[in-house]
Design a binder for this molecule. Structure first.
Ligand SMILES: [Ca+2]
Ligand SMILES: [Zn+2]
Length: 559
């Protein structure tokens, strides 16, 4: 994904031959359970080593512990070599429905991480993971407290950025703000796309759940939903990436990944990379969607977003062939990808916001050649975002639906096919991972894919309501929060034994609310090590996916 990272870190000796070095793998956990917990009505399962025959569930409270359930484990299941290559059993305790604090106990084997049953179990994870975007803000002081630890960053990168590599000479063009991208402090327009896109989709699909959530950010006292406020922090930066003729700079980055330490100590100059059509298309899509979302809260800002979107769209029409930026001055993230899907997404958002037939035509022409993704949306493929906007368009009302009905039917069938397959895949997997466990299902950032895959499940549920879709979306979260080979949460600061050493330049203790990349090339191969950028880095696109996945289960009535 970002091969330049490897070269840079190797050359600096920050990691020694990471590509060759065998991973220091640990034995799999004895009992693996979603350590956040379960909604009272959900199916409740955990996974354990095959030595367990029987298990019990204990309720923990101030008076001690008491057994509330016991049962036999399932028959043994052998997992594939491409998965975890073990013999395991499933523990089903769906009969336990009373809200409370629990643990699974297996004689002679041990106890699981504790977990909760309740209607509000996903509220704090949603707030923490979304607030993590605020903690990523560049160009400003940020501070937050989590689990008794206060995290603080002084205002950073106030010189952003320099025009040397875009023909502007050694002059500064103000480009403060935005989010740091990942474990590094650079800012990339393309990766903002899928991140902002999924955050907007969370608001579109689950407004009653998340609109009123207080994220504890500087804008929490105003009347705008905090999630929109947080997105706006990125949009305000994105405006500075647009040229007067609508072209959009690809990124704002230091030349390499040399610096480690607090962001405010990073004095490496940061430069604009030349414009490209892919960044311009992502910019257009984000601004077009923003115009719609901000209309009710700040009409002037909505107008500004729409104007920016239309300017960049006109630029894209002038440049129908892909133009990639020259990034030879940089060794940082390239984010190179075909611009096809970003143009498709931009057309969808422009149509949804303006209703203009030309945008619908452009979208449908492109959409005729695509299907829903296999792994959920990602920075290199945002088709799912555009297809989702189209399938659930506010313009498609009754007799006045202007869409191509043949295309709508095909996309609907395709979406349902993908979602049904995710349900089947999760049901067949010992850790209920809906993404599957073939070799190609474990890849750099696959935890983000697991989270992002819930988009298709919730879209399918809107088209053809089926409790299995939401159930499977919870299983995806369960896998990320502990029902996995390691029996650990893959999200910093949340759940059982979360990552302590993420690949994050801010250092330790680990900043809270970040999904790490995950295991590959099989389910065992994840390590909690700072140097493991390819398995233990954090990134805005993965958090964007997790924000979406969590938003679906926030329960505002349970304070
Ligand atoms: Ca607010
Ligand atoms: Zn910064």
């Amino acid at each position: 994904m970002r091969p330049a990272i490897l070269l840079t870190l190797l050359s600096l000796g920050l990691i020694a031959h990471a590509a060759d070095k065998p991973l220091n793998l640990t034995p799999g956990a004895s009992i693996r359970v979603n350590s956040i917990g379960f909604l009272p009505t959900s199916t409740k399962q955990a996974t354990t080593l095959a030595t367990a025959k029987n298990f019990r569930v204990l309720r923990l409270d101030s008076s001690g512990e008491r057994e509330v359930f016991s049962a036999a484990a399932s028959a043994p299941i052998q997992t594939a070599a491409s998965d975890t290559n073990e013999t395991l059993r499933i523990l089903d305790f769906s009969a336990v429905t009373e809200p409370g604090h629990y643990v699974i106990d297996i004689p002679d084997l041990g106890r699981s991480a504790p977990f909760n049953i309740g209607t509000d179990i996903w509220n704090t994870p949603f707030t923490t993971v979304t607030r993590a975007m605020y903690l990523w803000r560049c160009g400003t002081e940020v501070t937050g407290t989590h689990n008794g630890i206060t995290y603080h960053q002084h205002a950073c990168h106030l010189d952003d950025g320099w025009l040397d590599h875009v023909g502007g000479g050694h002059k500064r063009h103000a480009s403060n703000g935005g989010w740091h991208d990942a474990g590094d402090y650079n800012k990339y327009v393309v990766n903002a796309g899928v991140t902002v896109g999924l955050m907007f989709k969370a608001l579109e699909h689950f407004p009653a759940r998340i609109t009123a959530v207080n994220l504890g950010i500087p804008e929490s006292a105003n009347t705008t939903p905090d999630l929109l406020d947080e997105i706006r922090w990125e949009l305000d930066w994105l405006f500075t990436m647009q040229l007067e003729d609508g072209r959009v700079y690809h990124k704002l980055s230091s030349p390499n990944f040399r610096f480690w330490g607090p962001a405010a100590n990073d004095k490496d100059p940061r430069y604009f990379a030349p414009w490209g059509t892919n960044a311009t298309a992502h910019f257009t899509a984000m601004m077009a969607a923003a115009a719609r979302h901000f209309r009710a809260h700040d009409p002037a800002f909505a107008d500004r977003c729409l104007k920016a979107a239309e300017l960049s769209w006109a630029c894209l029409l002038k440049h129908p062939q892909q133009i990639d930026p020259d990034q030879s001055a940089f060794q940082t993230g390239g984010y190179g990808a075909p611009d096809y899907s970003a143009r498709l997404w931009a057309a969808a958002e422009l149509w949804e916001t303006t209703g203009h037939a030309s945008h619908l035509h452009e979208f449908e022409t492109r959409a005729a050649k695509v299907a829903f993704s296999e792994n959920g949306p990602g920075w290199g493929d945002v088709n799912d975002l555009g297809l989702a906007t189209y399938l659930f368009s506010g313009h498609a009302t009754g007799k006045n639906d202007p869409r191509d009905h043949v295309l709508v039917r095909r996309l609907t069938d395709d979406l349902l096919h993908h979602a049904d397959r995710a349900v089947t895949t999760a049901a067949a997997n010992a850790h209920a991972r809906p993404l599957g466990v073939e070799r190609q299902d474990w890849s750099w950032g696959c935890n983000g894919n697991v989270a992002g895959q819930t988009l298709q499940l919730h879209l399918a549920d809107r088209l053809r309501p089926d409790p299995r879709f939401r159930e499977t979306a919870q299983l995806a979260l369960g896998h990320l929060f502990g029902r996995n080979y390691h029996g650990r949460s893959y999200v910093t600061g949340l759940g059982a034994n979360p990552p302590q050493h993420p690949h994050d330049r801010r250092g330790e203790p680990a900043w809270p609310g970040y999904l790490v990349g995950g295991a590959w090339p099989d389910g065992r191969s994840w390590v909690d090590e700072l140097g493991s950028y390819e398995r233990n880095e954090i990134a805005i696109n993965w958090n964007g996916a997790l924000i979406y996945a969590l938003a679906a289960f926030v329960e505002p009535a349970a304070k």
